[in-house]
Design a protein around this ligand. Structure first.
Ligand code: AMP
Ligand code: MG
Length: 364
């Protein structure tokens, strides 16, 4: 299949400001050209095709959420297990009514506070939301992304867009257009090539379908922020706190399986072996340098991920991209310094790091 690549980087907040607020003619032209390209992609979505698009978290691979055949093609293109449900993306908060009729006061508060943004809400689904989207569950995951290209695409498509991350299943999530082209070029209809994703890790997934809200996947919107807005306690899925969960749970372990079905699959796996070192910053750095030298003497190619003075925001932004770069460089061993999990975003990055490393962690 030929994959069309449309450049839409000019449809961003800065250019929109220049065009709409300052009346800059060149910016106007660039923005309009990008919008027209997004419009062509929206037509493909309406026709049952697959379109990859940037969001503020990671790139998504979208299909019309109400077209079952299109949704099935997403699983095939990614090589994704069929029982791993997708997030449905909408362009206006009011469109949530097409997916659920259970609008609780908690949900309304969270929507008002965090949408558009990187918070996905799990709610009871309406009967007509296809089972292919929800992996057969009676709940649906919904989010309104905070990105002008994503918003324009969904708006022009005129339908909610079901979209998992636009990577091959098992690869790190894509945060640059080049990652998507590499993974899905030749397998989907269109790639909207925008800029780098601002946040860089996937959205927070919050289950609102039970009595107590439960974080199923940590992200940039933290449990504390959510608890503040709701004025009540927010639980974290116990599976997120474990340090000894091998990927691909089977047998007895399945009883303790996490509620987000996606968590049972091996995720974000680099080709290289990966080891996380945790402890005081100076000790971690010294130990990483010592292990690096040792392994290099043995002829292994060693890459390091040391965030040191970087903020958690920067660590999140660069995390998946660095993993891909290390793989591309033919790295045999990745030595990574753990981040503090006291910060909500640090916890979210550590969740990805632990999965990437297959829970291979040592204290120093
Ligand atoms: P991705 O599409 O790669 O961002 O992954 C979407 C995540 O949302 C996966 O971890 C899914 O398991 C999770 N998810 C989507 N829908 C549901 C749902 N109805 N219940 C629980 N988790 C969900
Ligand atoms: Mg994914």
């Amino acid at each position: 299949m030929e994959t069309k690549i449309y450049q839409v980087e000019d449809l961003n907040a800065d250019m929109l400001d220049k065009a709409d607020v300052y009346g800059d003619a060149a910016a106007r032209q660039a923005v309009d050209a990008a919008r027209a390209a997004v419009g062509r992609a929206a037509g493909i979505l309406r026709g049952g095709g697959l379109v990859a698009f940037p969001t503020e978290t990671v790139y998504g691979l979208g299909a019309d959420a109400f077209n079952e055949a299109a949704v099935r093609k997403v699983y095939a293109a990614k090589g994704r297990p069929q029982d791993n449900p997708m997030i449905v993306h909408i362009a206006r908060a009011s469109d949530v009514g097409a997916l659920t009729s259970a609008l609780s006061p908690d949900m309304v508060k969270l929507i008002e506070c965090f949408w558009p943004g990187s918070l996905t809400l799990i709610v009871k689904k309406r009967a007509d939301v296809p089972a292919a989207v929800t992996g057969g569950l009676d709940t649906v995951a919904v989010r309104m992304p905070d990105d002008p290209v994503a918003a324009e695409l969904i708006r022009q498509a005129g339908t909610p867009v079901a979209a998992p991350s636009a990577n091959l299943s098992g690869k790190p999530s894509p945060t640059k257009a080049a990652h998507v082209i590499r993974d899905l070029g030749g397998r989907i209809d269109v790639i909207l090539a925008g800029g780098e994703c601002r946040v860089g890790i996937e959205s927070t997934v919050l289950d609102l379908s039970g009595e107590t809200p439960v974080i199923l996947r940590p992200g940039a919107v933290t449990a504390d922020q959510i608890a503040d807005i709701l004025g009540k306690e927010v639980e974290t899925d116990p599976a997120l706190l474990r340090r000894d969960v091998p990927d691909g749970l089977t047998g007895a372990d399945a009883a303790a399986a996490p509620k987000a079905p996606g968590m049972k699959y091996r995720h974000y796996a680099p080709n290289a072996e990966m080891l996380v070192l945790e402890g005081r910053r100076d000790r971690v750095k010294n130990e990483i340098l010592r292990l690096k030298a040792l392994n290099e003497k043995l002829g292994r190619r060693v890459g390091t991920m040391l965030f040191e003075e970087k903020s958690f925001t920067e660590a999140a932004h660069g995390f998946f991209s660095e993993l891909r770069d290390l793989d591309d460089a033919g790295t045999d061993l990745i030595l990574a310094g753990a981040l503090s999990e006291n910060d909500g975003l640090g916890f979210a990055v550590m969740n990805r790091m632990m999965k990437a490393a297959g829970y291979n962690i040592i204290k120093v």
